[in-house]
Write a protein that binds this ligand. Structure first.
Ligand code: 13P
Ligand code: SF4
Length: 310
C-alpha cells in the first residue's frame, strides 16, 4: 500500500514530511509535523532528518532549503505554486525599492526566494503584527505581497508610512460576505473565524482573526461550540480531529450560491500534493529544491530576522 511504502521510505532515508494544514487529510496522515507557515519554517530549521519532503507549496520548500542548505529538500509537485508569491516578481520589487530607497522591506513568507533576498525581514500571518511593531515608527515600510494582510496590519498599528503591494491569494480573496452572513443567520451562535489574507469587509465581521494555528487554538479555547471557518477548507480535517464535539461550517466563495460549501474553497496548489507524488518523490529523491548560494544567503538573513522575533 502507498501509505506503507511512504512510511518505509521515510525510515530508510531518514526523511521527515512537513505538511501544511491545507493539504488533504490523506497527506496530513503521513506527515511527521503539521503546522502553519511559521511553525513549518521553524521545524525545517531544527529537524535532525537528512531529507525534508515538503507537503505544501513551492515557497515553503524553498524556505526549508534556505534554512537547511545541507539537507535534501523535496517538493512532490513543482507546479504547486502560490498566487500570492506569483503576485510579486523580484525584478518589480527591485525597481520599487530603487524608487523608495529609505523604506525597509517586510515580506510575507508567501514569496519567492528571490523576493526574500531583497527583503529586510519576513513575516507570516502569525507574527506580522510583531514584525511591523519591531520597526521604529518613523521608518517607512514596503509591505509585500498581500494587500489584505498589509492593510489589516496597517489598521492595527495605525501606521501611515506603509506602502502595500497589490497582491492577493486566490482562495482568501474569494469569500462571500453574503454567504458568511447567511451562515451566521442559520447558526447564530457560531463564531466567525477569519484568516487575515481575507478582504477588509470580511475581516470586519470576524469574531477572531488569525493564522491557521491561531484559529485552531481559538476554536479549542473558546467556549463556543460552532464556528464559521473563513480560510482554506483543508484546515477542517485538523479542526474535526482536535475538537470532534464542536461544529465547523466552511464559508462559501462568491461563485457558490447557498451556504452548503463542503470543501469548495480549496487552494488548488496545496491539493497538488498527493500520496502518489509523495511516494514517487521519496523513491526518486526528485523533484529537489536547489538554490544558488548568494541568493540563499541573502534570503536567509530576512528569514532569520523573522524567526528571531517569532
Ligand atoms: P498560515 O499558514 O501562516 O496561516 O498561512 C496560510 C497560507 O495561506 C499559507 O499559504
Ligand atoms: Fe498561496 Fe493562498 Fe494557496 Fe496559501 S492558500 S498557498 S496564500 S494560494
Amino acid at each position: 500500500m502507498l501509505r506503507d511504502e511512504i512510511l518505509d521510505l521515510k525510515r530508510a532515508k531518514n526523511a521527515v514530511i512537513l505538511a501544511h494544514y491545507y493539504t488533504t487529510p490523506d497527506v496530513q496522515s503521513v506527515a511527521d509535523f503539521l503546522g502553519d507557515s511559521l511553525a513549518l519554517s521553524i521545524e525545517a530549521q531544527r529537524t535532525p532528518a537528512d531529507m525534508i519532503l515538503f507537503a505544501g507549496v513551492h515557497f515553503m520548500a524553498e524556505t526549508a532549503k534556505v534554512l537547511s542548505p545541507h539537507k535534501k529538500v523535496l517538493l512532490p509537485s513543482l507546479e504547486a505554486g502560490c498566487s500570492l508569491a506569483e503576485s510579486c516578481r523580484a525584478e518589480d520589487l527591485a525597481a520599487f525599492k530603487h524608487a523608495h530607497p529609505d523604506h525597509l522591506v517586510v515580506s510575507y513568507v508567501n514569496t519567492s526566494v528571490a523576493v526574500k533576498a531583497l527583503t529586510d525581514i519576513c513575516c507570516t500571518s502569525s507574527n506580522a503584527l510583531k514584525v511591523v511593531e519591531s520597526i521604529p515608527a518613523d521608518t517607512p515600510i514596503i509591505f509585500t505581497p498581500d494587500r489584505n494582510l498589509g492593510s489589516y496590519i496597517q489598521k492595527l498599528t495605525g501606521r501611515d508610512n506603509m506602502l502595500i503591494w497589490d497582491g492577493a491569494c486566490h482562495v482568501h480573496e474569494e469569500f462571500s460576505l453574503e454567504g458568511i452572513l447567511a451562515l451566521k443567520k442559520a447558526h447564530p451562535q457560531a463564531h466567525v473565524v477569519v484568516h487575515p489574507e481575507c478582504r477588509a469587509y470580511i475581516i470586519a465581521v470576524a469574531d477572531f482573526v488569525g493564522s491557521t494555528s491561531a484559529i485552531l487554538e481559538y476554536c479549542g479555547q473558546n467556549a463556543a461550540q460552532e464556528f464559521i471557518v473563513v480560510t482554506e477548507a483543508g484546515i477542517m480535517a485538523e479542526m474535526r480531529r482536535l475538537y470532534p464535539d464542536k461544529k465547523f461550517y466552511p464559508a462559501p466563495p462568491e461563485h457558490i450560491t447557498g451556504i452548503d460549501c463542503g470543501s469548495c474553497n480549496e487552494c488548488k496548489y496545496m491539493k497538488m500534493v498527493t500520496l502518489e507524488n509523495i511516494a514517487s518523490a521519496l523513491r526518486d529523491e526528485q523533484p529537489e529544491i536547489l538554490i544558488d548560494e548568494p541568493i540563499r544567503k541573502a534570503a536567509e538573513r530576512s528569514i532569520l530576522n523573522m524567526i528571531a522575533i517569532k
